[in-house]
Design a protein around this ligand. Structure first.
Ligand SMILES: Nc1ncnc2c1ncn2[C@@H]1O[C@H](COP(=O)(O)OP(=O)(O)OP(=O)(O)O)[C@@H](O)[C@H]1O
Ligand SMILES: [Mg+2]
Length: 499
């Protein structure tokens, strides 16, 4: 039942109105002055209040103000004297819901209350609706946040580097893979660095041009192209780029690029090419070398015989000596090729790699050419045994040490580091020699590639090719890093589970 508070100082009016109200089905409380009206209001919280404007003590207007202050939703209907228009206006100004003038007819009272009830119902409905709306908005926000997080996660955890930029080039997104690829941290680039910096000079412009043209997947899209990036240390990094222009409401807002690191792929391709080249060369040359070896032995034998015969004829002897020397050189080369193409089975057994390296060093450290060289050994004593053919491995180490000595000349430092990690034993030979440019590093494992003067029978360009073949046969690999003028490091890795 709807509660009504009725405040009027005239008892007869109170009783009369009460009758009408109770007949209409309201629960009525009554007050004879303003103070009492407020008391009852506080206690019972009626939804509708009927207030006489003029009451002794606290006036109806004052009560209206107080109710509005604490319960603004209450329907407050003011009762004014007949013709007191100013008062009526004042009531409305203070946000009375309605006003009635005395004498009050039953019908008008019923009608006003019906309206008040309708208003209350409407307000309730509105409130509920607003509450629902708020919940809906809240839920939508949560959903939106979740979707946003999800997208963020995808971007952040992508194995490919993702970089987004605003129009103008400022970087806005830089995921973990991008950090790894380029060496910058997010906080160094987001909002601070231009995309131009991750390309070589002019590179960014070229990409944007290709992106806008329609020959690479349509305007606004660039599909998988090989480009070079520059990392924080200035290194060039080959990558595939796929990129797209980002639009916001039809306007170009920025662009995004996805970068796939190609270093590993290129390295594998190079290795594959090398081993194919080596194995076909091995097969071919082994055959030829065998064929050459026999007549060569004949030539040498007869040259030696002639040398004996003409040992007193100065001029002929000199010519013959040249024949012997050059033929000996050819025999060296042929022997090298035969070694390179060796098909004899390997004799592998578990060995301490430190010992094999030391045995190799033992052969050369006492030679004159080692005198000006400082030797530094950084051996991890805990390295497990590796299964190797010790003669062949010694040949590898020897080749590399001799190359290092050649590169350093009369002075320098040779550092040999031996360690193990992740199932591999690693042997590093670092020299402080003349080093080599990048384009040369690609060729040094090719058979017959040499920069050395080969009149002495040395420098056939087979040392590294043979070493490469031997290490590959041990299922290992051999790599080089070098800086011209600084030095070179050869790294040989051998698997611990060589079974
Ligand atoms: N440590 C090094 N520092 C600088 N350059 C090197 C080094 N090791 C190898 N090289 C370069 O690689 C080339 C090829 O080396 P490789 O051992 O295959 O042949 P080589 O030493 O020239 O001849 P060979 O070993 O047959 O006597 C060398 O001629 C040299 O130019
Ligand atoms: Mg060599």
């Amino acid at each position: 039942m709807t509660k009504i508070l009725l405040a009027d100082d005239e008892e007869s009016i109170r009783n009369l109105m009460r009758m009408t109200l109770e007949l209409d089905g309201y629960e009525v409380s009554m007050a004879e002055d303003g103070t009492r009206a407020l008391d009852i209001f506080e206690k019972e919280k009626p939804e509708i209040v009927l207030l006489d404007v003029k009451m002794p003590g606290m006036s109806g207007i004052e009560v209206l103000s107080r109710i509005r202050g604490t319960a603004p939703d209450t329907e407050v209907i003011m009762i004014t004297g007949h013709g007191d228009m100013d008062m009526a206006v004042e009531c409305l100004r203070r946000e009375a819901s309605n006003f009635l003038t005395k004498p009050i007819s039953e019908e008008l009272l019923s009608l006003s209350l019906k309206r008040a009830m309708e208003k209350i119902a409407l307000k309730k409905k509105l409130k509920k609706y607003t509450r629902n709306l708020e919940t809906l908005v809240r839920e939508a926000n949560v959903e939106l946040e979740r979707a946003y997080q999800f997208r963020e996660n995808i971007i952040e955890n992508s194995p490919d580097a993702i970089v987004c930029i605003r129009k103008g080039g400022e970087i806005t997104i830089f995921n973990s893979a991008a950090e790894k690829l380029l060496g910058y941290k997010k906080h160094e680039v987001v909002g601070k660095m231009s995309i131009v910096r991750i390309y070589p000079p002019g590179g960014a412009k070229k990409i944007m041009k290709a992106l806008r043209a329609d020959d690479f997947g349509g305007p606004g899209i660039l599909q998988k192209r090989e480009v070079t990036l520059i990392d924080k240390d200035g290194n060039e990094i080959p990558v595939y780029i796929s990129a797209a222009i980002l639009y916001e409401e039809g306007q170009e807002a920025g662009s995004m690029g996805i970068f796939t690191d190609l270093r590993e792929k290129l390295k594998l391709e190079k290795q594959l090419l090398r081993s194919e080249k080596l194995s076909s060369l091995g097969k071919l040359s082994a055959g030829i070398a065998h064929e050459i070896n026999q007549p060569l032995t004949g030539v040498l034998t007869f040259a030696h015989l002639l040398l004996k015969k003409f040992k007193n004829d100065e001029k002929t002897r000199k010519d013959l000596e040249i024949i012997v020397r050059e033929t000996t050189r050819i025999r060296g080369i042929v022997q090298g090729i035969l070694d390179f193409a060796r098909e004899t089975p390997m004799q592998k057994k578990p060995l301490r790699i430190q010992q094999v390296v030391d045995q190799t060093l033992e052969i050369i450290v006492h030679q004159q050419r080692f005198f000006g060289i400082e030797l530094v050994k950084l051996y991890d004593p805990s390295v497990p045994d590796v299964v190797i053919d010790s003669n062949l491995m010694k040949q590898v180490f020897m080749n590399i040490v001799l190359n290092a000595l050649d590169a350093m000349g009369s002075s320098g430092t040779l550092t040999i580091k031996i360690g193990a990690s992740n199932g591999w034993v690693e042997v590093d030979f670092s020299d402080t020699g003349k080093g080599m440019p990048e384009e040369m590093q690609d060729k040094i494992f090719d058979p017959f590639f040499t920069t050395k003067d080969s009149t002495e029978g040395m420098g056939m360009g087979l040392g590294l090719a043979i070493s490469y073949g031997i290490v590959k046969n041990h299922h290992g690999d051999i790599q080089v890093t070098s800086k011209p003028g600084k030095g070179t490091t050869f790294t040989i890795r051998l698997p611990l589970d060589a079974a």
